[in-house]
Design a protein around this ligand. Structure first.
Ligand code: FDA
Length: 526
């Protein structure tokens, strides 16, 4: 490692000597009793928690700025003293890249105090700081208007900073595109400590930060969101189907087979996501067995009467009935899909960071893109693999594309899975406990499922979603000296042909590769 070794005390001295007092906002591993709780607060994959068995390096110090000048000072001091810097917003990175490093010692810049959201109804826009979580953004919008929304993720605790940096899909993807498609402007602190808006950073950098990966081009402090118009009442609900025991999983195969053939062709106003897993069920006598369960998450930007007609025409196999369909406002749909109890008021969103309806388990995620419906043999192969792990451990999430997604060009943002994508599969495996053997077994399971799916999913390159970070696809060199050629392997899986443009933008905005992590885009000079 020929990087200069960080002068830790000099760095702290540099930070503390800044005019915009930052010294109260620094937590060091050695001297601060609050260090562990500040670090832990936004760790959303307990696999990389503060435990001794984790192979990842923890930050040597955490800075929690409250102002933009403090971010600038942190960048400049880190750079001056040769210390690697990572930024965290909501902490949902599946590989813990925002708060745990596989390579170097680093300083963590945690945006937890920068979460202001200001909505301007007449211009249908909002400025939102990156440290805000989606729940806080959605709450602010609903407080200002019941017919405006922002098309982003389902999980309330996901941070805006990382989410938009990697794309961001949610329940209105087919109508409005991704979160990153709905950004008007942004404020970026670059490696020279400059604060750049869209005009100052230029269209290439503005293009790259909207989906080209986090911790790569600089620190996005805030985003100007383009809000979208939604009806006052819409239909949002979940219907579950369980495979009948007598025919094994044939019923599930039939249902998912039909789903794959219609999901991307439905009207743009309708989006049906499917979550598939296994649950324990009582068999004969006292025995238990596993059954497959599919939860169809239906979002329709209209009333239920029309929805029922559309469903009967296109997907009668789901057997949707009027009593399944629930009408509500957009913000109530946010609560529904985030699993809040049905009598919750939307103010619960403000407590989501400490009181989340989602429990976070140790997790490994992978993703794939499907361009041609999977044959029945592939579906059956998936089911048999789901049955190999304990109930609740495996989860597949199917995210249909089509609609607006197929009308946005595949170079419009770095997210290139547009026309031709039927749906994306996100698959997860979760476990608990500290034993290495348990972790290895679950990691082995998801890797084998990925291998099994190879013939059936996108190829040359095989696609993957940047926000579903998967270090199995490849990693940068720990020294930070990764070549463009080395990174192409995983880079083109995430961004296809857009990867080269991202690497050139990186060379222009951050040629010294100051902002980096295991999978950041390396600079490609002319
Ligand atoms: P985190 O803070 O960990 O950041 C992720 C990456 O972005 C890191 O590399 C970080 O350094 C960088 N980064 C963070 N803030 C930055 C900033 N201000 N400027 C520059 N870089 C920054 N996705 C989706 O599209 N739809 C969904 O519904 C969901 N749901 C979901 C549920 C759960 C439980 C998890 C764990 C994850 C998801 N995701 C998702 C994936 C999610 O969008 C993805 O992990 C985001 O990167 C998380 O952003 P955070 O800010 O929370 O993460």
């Amino acid at each position: 490692n020929n990087q200069p070794q960080p002068q830790y005390h000099d760095l702290l001295h540099c930070l503390c000597s800044q005019e915009d007092a930052i010294s109260n906002l620094i937590y060091t591993a050695q001297n601060s009793t609050a260090y562990a709780s500040v670090l832990q607060f936004s760790i959303r994959n307990p696999r990389f928690s503060n435990n001794a068995s984790s192979s990842r390096t923890k930050p040597i110090a955490i800075v929690t700025p409250t102002t933009i000048p403090q971010i600038q000072s942190t960048v400049l001091c880190s750079r001056k003293h040769g210390l690697h810097l990572r930024v965290r917003s909501g902490g949902h990175d599946f590989e813990g890249a925002s708060y745990a490093s596989l390579s170097s010692r680093f300083l963590l810049l945690d945006l937890v105090n920068l979460r202001n959201v200001t909505v301007d109804v007449p211009s249908k826009s909002a400025w939102a700081q990156s440290g805000a979580v989606l729940a806080e953004v959605y709450h602010s919008i609903a407080s200002a208007s019941r017919t405006l929304a922002f098309p982003a993720g389902l999980c309330p605790t996901v941070g805006l900073g990382g989410h938009i940096s990697g794309g961001g899909y949610g329940t209105t993807l087919r109508k409005f595109g991704m979160a990153a498609d709905n950004i008007r402007d942004a404020l970026l602190v670059d490696a020279d400590g400059r604060v750049l808006d869209r005009a100052a950073m230029g269209e290439d950098v503005f293009w790259a930060i909207r989906g080209g990966g986090g911790n790569t081009y600089g620190i996005v402090v805030s985003w100007k969101l383009k809000l979208v118009r939604v009806p006052l009442r819409l239909s949002a609900f979940t219907v579950s189907r369980t495979s009948a025991s007598s025919d094994g999983d044939a019923e599930m195969t039939m249902l998912v087979d039909r789903y794959q053939r219609v999901a991307d062709k439905l009207p743009d106003d309708l989006m049906i996501l499917v979550m598939i897993g296994a649950a324990a069920a009582r068999g004969q006598g006292n025995s238990t067995k596993q059954v497959l369960q599919a939860a169809f998450q239906v979002m329709y930007l209209g009333r239920k009467g029309k929805l029922l007609r559309v469903m009967n025409e296109n997907f009668p196999e789901l057997g949707l009935k009027e009593e399944d369909c629930k009408e509500m406002s957009w913000i109530e749909s946010v609560l529904h899909f985030a699993n809040y109890p049905s009598n919750s008021t939307y103010d619960v969103l403000l407590k989501s960071r400490t009181d989340s309806p989602i429990s976070f388990a140790k997790l490994k995620a992978k993703s794939d893109y499907v361009g041609t419906p999977l044959p029945e043999s592939a579906l059956q192969g998936i089911w048999s693999r789901v049955h190999q792990v304990e109930p609740g451990a495996a989860l597949l999430h199917l995210i249909p594309h089509g609609g607006m997604m197929s009308r946005i060009s595949d170079s419009s943002t770095p997210y290139s899975y547009r026309a031709g994508t039927v749906y994306k599969i996100q698959y997860y495996v979760a476990w608990s406990g500290e034993q290495k053997e348990v972790e290895e077994r679950h990691l082995g399971w998801i890797r084998k499922l990925h291998e099994f799916l190879t013939p059936f999913v996108s190829k040359n390159p095989r696609g993957a979603y940047a926000n579903s970070r998967d270090l199995d696809l490849g990693m940068n060199d720990p020294t930070g000296e990764t070549s463009y050629e080395q990174a192409r392997g995983w880079g083109e899986q995430y961004f296809k042909h857009n990867f080269e443009r991202l690497a050139r933008v990186k060379a222009a905005i951050d040629p010294s590769n100051f902002f980096r992590n295991e999978q950041s885009v390396p600079p490609l000079s002319m």
